[in-house]
Write a protein that binds this ligand. Structure first.
Ligand SMILES: [Zn+2]
Length: 304
């Protein structure tokens, strides 16, 4: 294949996976930032990948099967670069995304919720969610409507991000340590951070699974993986092939691992895994509720 058609292929895959305008993806391809092997730029530093991966873990377990308009993690578009990531949030889910990510101790739950070490900052009139160390950040946008809002404190919660704006709070340390793991899990966690950070950088692909009804089911097993289930939309083969072609499971430098045996729907990068699963039957109980009523119930939750 010629150099220019390779570039065009990389640019089209990048635009289709992330939502970055095609013209800019073509420029990236010309500059050598993207290639058919890796059409969406990876985060180049460990802290940035860790932050993005933790964000995926938190949002997947927050929204589960109550998303709107097919926005699986509440994200419509991503603008990835090597050292940062801009996210365009779903207009009605945006403030819930922010509230879910900022860390707080929930006494009733008995522990920390959100991404440990994450703090809101204002930079040039924009909201930036930054790691307290200052080594990783997400710029978040809402396409239309009201400005993004920081969450109000709730009864029974300690807003750690407000209590300790410049330093890691003691309550955040255990979750951060558990995420990083010990020396035996180092390789698995290194791979997991790559894989999940790449998922955050491909919202347009991920959101395809929620095309039929506007929602899918997302969750994780602790800190180890990401599972996305859906009904009535894309086939498992179609989704895995699109995600693989977008470079989701391409081997990054610094990770040496044998390819593991693959089961349909498993997207493995070394010892880490994303599972995509199409359920055999429709999940909407039509005898009890219509799709329209179900969506209206979800929307009401976000607008409350
Ligand atoms: Zn269905």
């Amino acid at each position: 294949m010629s150099k220019s058609s390779n570039r065009e292929r990389a640019a089209k895959t990048c635009a289709g996976a992330s939502g970055v305008p095609l013209g800019r993806c073509r420029k990236w391809a010309r500059e050598g930032l993207i290639s058919p092997h890796q059409p969406v730029p990876d985060a180049s530093t460990k802290p940035q990948r860790r932050l993005e991966a933790f964000v995926v873990n938190t949002l997947a377990n927050t929204f589960r099967d109550r998303q709107l308009d097919g926005s699986v993690l509440g994200i419509n578009k991503a603008e990835p670069s090597l050292d940062s990531l801009e996210l365009q949030l779903h207009p009605d889910m945006a403030n819930h995304v922010i509230a879910a990510l900022l860390p707080r101790v929930d006494w009733e739950y008995g522990g920390l919720k959100g991404v440990p070490g994450l703090r809101p900052r204002e930079r040039g009139g924009h909201l930036v969610l930054e790691d307290v160390s200052g080594r990783a950040a997400l710029r978040v946008f809402q396409p239309v409507g009201e400005r993004l809002r920081l969450p109000q404190g709730r009864r029974g919660e300690l807003a750690v991000w407000r209590k300790s704006p410049r330093r890691l709070h003691g309550s955040e340390e255990p979750d951060l340590a558990a995420w990083q793991g010990g020396s035996r899990e180092r390789e698995a966690n290194f791979a997991r951070d790559y894989l999940l950070s790449r998922m955050l950088r491909r919202p347009r692909l991920l959101n395809r699974v929620a095309k039929a009804h506007g929602f899918a089911n997302s969750y994780t097993h602790g800190y180890s993986d990401l599972v996305v289930e859906w009904c009535c939309a894309a086939s498992v083969e179609g989704m895995t092939s699109l995600l693989r072609r977008s470079g989701l499971t391409s081997q990054p430098t610094g990770l040496v691992c044998a390819a593991s045996e693959s089961f349909p729907g498993n997207l493995d990068l070394g010892p880490s895994r994303v599972v995509v699963r199409r359920l055999p039957q429709c999940t909407i109980p039509y005898d009890l509720i219509s799709e329209k009523e179900l969506t209206a119930t979800h929307r009401e939750e976000y607008l409350r």
